[in-house]
Design a binder for this molecule. Structure first.
Ligand SMILES: *Cc1c(COP(=O)(O)O)cnc(C)c1O
Length: 360
């Protein structure tokens, strides 16, 4: 068996020990005679699985007691609608910070439900930076302020938690959740699809302060009403059971590796290997302002894009896949989430040096 180094932006690589354990437990979970996939979500075997996953998530992220943790479906794209439906709470408008492709999608969707005020945008600089906090034109009457913590396509990431006063801060953390510690208490709501840092596609994570729920728009689907899901322990309808099980195994793996502080050390070390090379080279370049560079998604360009194809072919031959940049940006992108081992990035950096020596 050969495992590749998978630099996919998502669905992304999972920790190998987690996949091995899942394989071992596939046909018979803990003597139950069933796969987790085959269990009733209300059965006595299954019920401990989400409970343990939630407890681990709360411990790892130090989630305060007045926050609900929801395991639901729909992905971050659905949350772009579900968030305004639940969080407008009688207000007319919400503030959005536009830092790239995912922010733009959030803004577009929110406009169906709310008056959207784009309080700051990095569009003029081709989304190469996070707009400085002192330039944001926030509305004190906004229902919430929405940010995308890490722009998976453009490769910009917040390295600060913006102070937005008493207005709840909402963050799409799909591609950075659990990559390093965050102070959950500074947010009103955090959401993300699982398929980048947490587990398989199909699971969406929502962490929400409990005073913000219970005032959803009347048209909100029950399955997407945070209050109804919270009151039913995310079991109003069938939750993504197998994805929750895998997420629980990933949380255990994270805990065994020093929790989120451990992940931060691991992720900073990997990102530094790549950025140091990009900065030292005249052959490769990073389009992102230094202080806003993502630890998770590293877009880069070759000096001559005519070499892109040869670069990707050589990478593939060395078992490194999914390095092609997003079609809207071009060039390359290395996604180096929690599960990417340092050896994967070392292999990439060695190959980049070799390629530059040959073609530079
Ligand atoms: C992947 C991603 C999304 C989309 O998530 P889906 O699960 O496909 O809906 C949204 N926001 C960010 C930041 C992402 O990385």
């Amino acid at each position: 068996m050969t495992r590749v180094f998978n630099f996919s932006a998502g669905p992304a690589a999972l920790p190998e020990p987690v996949l091995r354990q899942a394989a071992d437990e596939m046909l018979d979970w803990h003597g139950s005679g069933m796969s987790v996939m085959e269990m009733s979500h209300r059965g006595k075997e299954f019920i401990a699985i989400p409970a343990e996953a939630e407890a681990l998530l709360r411990e790892l992220m130090a989630v305060p007691a007045n926050y609900k943790v929801l395991f639901i479906q729909g992905g971050a794209m659905a949350e772009n609608a579900i968030v305004p439906m639940n969080l407008l709470r009688g207000k007319a408008s919400a503030d959005y910070i536009n830092t790239g492709e995912w922010s733009k999608k959030s803004i577009k969707e929110a406009k169906k439900y709310a008056k959207v005020n784009v309080a700051a945008s990095a569009e003029a600089s081709h989304f190469s930076c996070i707009p400085k906090r002192d330039t944001w034109q926030l509305d004190p009457d906004a229902a919430y302020v929405h940010i995308c913590s890490n722009e998976t396509i453009g490769g910009v990431e917040y390295h600060f938690t913006p102070d937005v006063g008493n207005v709840p801060l909402v963050a799409d953390m799909s591609s950075s959740i659990m990559s390093r510690p965050v102070d959950v208490a500074k947010y009103g709501l955090i959401y993300g699809g699982a398929q980048k840092n947490i587990g398989p596609a199909g699971l969406t994570l929502v962490i929400v302060r409990d005073d913000l729920i219970g005032q959803a728009l009347a048209c909100t689907p029950s399955a997407f009403d945070y209050k109804q899901q919270a009151d039913n322990d995310s079991m109003l309808n069938t939750p993504p059971t197998y994805a929750i099980y895998i997420a629980g195994l990933v949380f255990k793996w994270i805990k065994a590796r020093g929790g989120l502080p451990g992940m931060e050390v691991h992720n900073r070390a990997k990102a530094a290997l790549l950025y140091d090379l990009l900065d030292a080279s005249a052959f490769y370049s990073s389009p992102v302002a230094r202080e806003d560079r993502s630890l998770m998604n590293v877009p880069f360009k070759l000096r001559d894009e005519a070499l892109d194809e040869a670069f990707l072919k050589g990478a593939q031959a060395r078992s490194m896949i999914q390095l092609k940049g997003h079609r809207s940006v071009g060039g390359m992108r290395a996604s180096i989430y929690n599960a990417m081992p340092v050896e994967g990035v070392q292999t990439l950096v060695a190959y980049m040096k070799e390629f530059e020596a040959r073609h530079g």
